[in-house]
Design a protein around this ligand. Sequence first.
Ligand code: IPD
Ligand code: CA
Length: 282
Amino acid sequence: MDDVWQNAMDHAVAVARKAGQVVREALHNTQKDAVMVKSSSVDLVTQTDQKVEQLIIQSVKEKFPTHCFIGEESVAAGEVCVLTDRPTWIIDPIDGTTNFVHTYPFVAVSIGFSVNKQVEFGVVYSCLQDQMYTARRGRGAFCNGEPLQVSHQRDIHQAIIAVEFGSNREAQTVDKIFSSLKKIVSIPVHGVRGAGSAAINMCLVASGCVEAYYEIGIHVWDVAASSLIVSEAGGILMDVEGGPFDLMSRRVLAANNQSIAERLVKEIDSFCPLRDDAPLAQ
Ligand code: IPD
Ligand code: CA
């Protein structure tokens, strides 16, 4: 299947670039998109998210008509979110929609491709930085063609950790996010950062700029592509409680090495959002 998957990956890169162009034009357009909300008043979506997802799906369908899709906006519109063994394109048309709405310059198109529930390639295009991150399973990770390597830092005190606040603002959730953050800042680490895009945070781990990133509440489309970019750059993925990373669990911890990851696990107050593949309530 080598050539077929390579063909698919080449197509993903081309369509991500095209999608990125649409995102850039929309971001600079003075006639701003209407902003709509989804699961909460801070979970945003625009017509550009929807338009870009359709553009990607249509273009892939023409070339690979038998493949399956999990797309953020298609799921929001009622499509099922189930990962099967079949070749599946996992798409976030705009990762960092809040950034997009505010013209904060970290916005990515994320396309992962899985077969037998294993990610075979990942493409994350940070469209305002014009950085194309790519990885194929077993073949390394790259940014604009240059190989990526995670940081060699083993001392948590000298680490930068990427974090996000997500879009769940229920008091109990916010308390857990802040208590974890307080413990991590107090280790102390060199600093905490957050790009406002899970995919870009993961690519920063892969690039060695930050040692780790964790979040509870992300979705499969936020991290499918970038999870492979991290592991192909020599990093590791695990659950925030230390078990194996599960794509559909809505929890991720990506780190440059096991010891940094395990140290963070000790400080994270975890919780369990509804899984991406949970059966829908009737
Ligand atoms: C969001 C971003 C954000 C993260 C949220 C994601 P979206 O994705 O990745 O950084 O904190 O959990 O849902 O909505 O911009 O595609
Ligand atoms: Ca999105």
